[in-house]
Write a protein that binds this ligand. Sequence first.
Ligand code: ZN
Length: 363
Amino acid sequence: MGWSWRIGRIAGIRVFIHATFLLLIVWIGVAQWMRDRDLAASAAAVAFVLALFACVVLHELGHALTARRYGIKTRDITLLPIGGVARLERMPDEPKQELWVALAGPAVNVAIAAVLFGVLLATGGPQPLAGTSATGGPFLERLLVMNVFLAAFNMLPAFPMDGGRVVRALLATRLDYTRATQIAATLGQGMALAFGLLGLFTNPMLLFIALFVWIGAAQETHMAQVRTALSGIPVGRAMMTEFHALSPADPLSRAVEVMLQSAQQDFPVVEDGRVVGVLTRTALLAALTAKGESAPVREAMTSEFCLADPLDMLESAFSRLQERDCSTLPVVRGGRLVGLVTLDNIGELMMVRNALQTKRATG
Ligand code: ZN
């Protein structure tokens, strides 16, 4: 995500903080200062937000570490003012796994709340919670209340909240995946409308949440539709078979020449009939700036890439393309390069299928 800085690494997962989150911290400190003109109170307000966001990081780690148990890596965790986002490389295919991954986040907040309650009991009992809110009351009590709130809010049965995933996972054990997603998304958008209406009359913050929920639900439906459209089509039927390949020893000027002559953006790099790397347009441009056009392709290509087999299903090729942030998948049969799959040509295939289906429906 742009405008984010890396603040550390926990359990091997990079944690980023978004610029707007720093703004939030400054804003809270300043707002408190304007009200009380008390440095200690401002520091306490900022400390509370930091403690709260530490809980959010733990919540996201709950998702990430549960996903890891199913062999799914997490690319990174980013802290935004609205909460945390853990970017999993892919979503679990098994409804049961999705259920556990979704539940793990709110479960962490419940656990934190329980620990805080235990600490308060051991140290003379909690203050009455009646006077405690997000902005006032003793520190630990407030943190406890906020963790209960986080768990409850995230369990709302609406995409993109964890509760929405729980609903889909439960439905998907009985219905097919797309239908389950549609029902969960409709629920989410219904809830977004309710939030929006409520927000109009009470708290404008709810309008933001409504928008966020609405967009999340729409995205989720789209992804599920793509997955369904691609399932059952083998890679061999969608791959490009007319393309240019480069050799590791070719100068970058050769890559530029081919890129300008064809519409190809990424190139497989082949040595002795074997794929040894992929040269993307971005990497090519970066290398041209850094090393000039006489540098060999070998120095600009990436040797970390995934391969596909013509008999693989397009659905799995598509998730591999998304997982690795790469745009081209070389297709190899018997060690020989036979084609390329790109996000663009998957998109074209979907448009063609759509057009044919519309034709069948109308004609
Ligand atoms: Zn969550």
